[in-house]
Design a protein around this ligand. Structure first.
Ligand code: SF4
Length: 91
């Protein structure tokens, strides 16, 4: 992830706020498959431990595409909640 900054250095895998949504990656579940990155390279990257982190540029992607990236994760390791705390994915 050269030249890519995580949104929150203290919580590289979140939870972080992206637009009005809360997004995080469960690092224990993530297997580094990188499917999320293929779909949303602005939002996700792998760190040195091959775990997905959330990038500063996530806000430049659409929430729809980030949700697509989340759905593409083979182990459902990415979680999204809306501003009211309702789970967007996984349901
Ligand atoms: S698709 Fe899932 S398992 Fe793969 S890197 Fe992303 S969060 Fe991790």
């Amino acid at each position: 992830m050269d030249n890519q900054k995580v949104k929150d250095a203290k919580n590289p895998s979140g939870p972080v706020k992206v637009k009005s949504y809360k997004i995080w990656v469960d690092r224990n579940l993530c297997i580094g498959a990188a499917t999320c990155i293929a779909v949303s390279p602005k939002a996700f990257a792998l760190d040195s431990e091959a775990k997905a982190v959330i990038l500063e540029t996530a806000d430049e992607d659409t929430i729809e595409n980030i949700i697509e990236g989340t759905k593409a994760c083979p182990v459902a390791a990415i979680f999204i909640e809306d501003e009211k705390g309702n789970r967007v994915f996984p349901k």
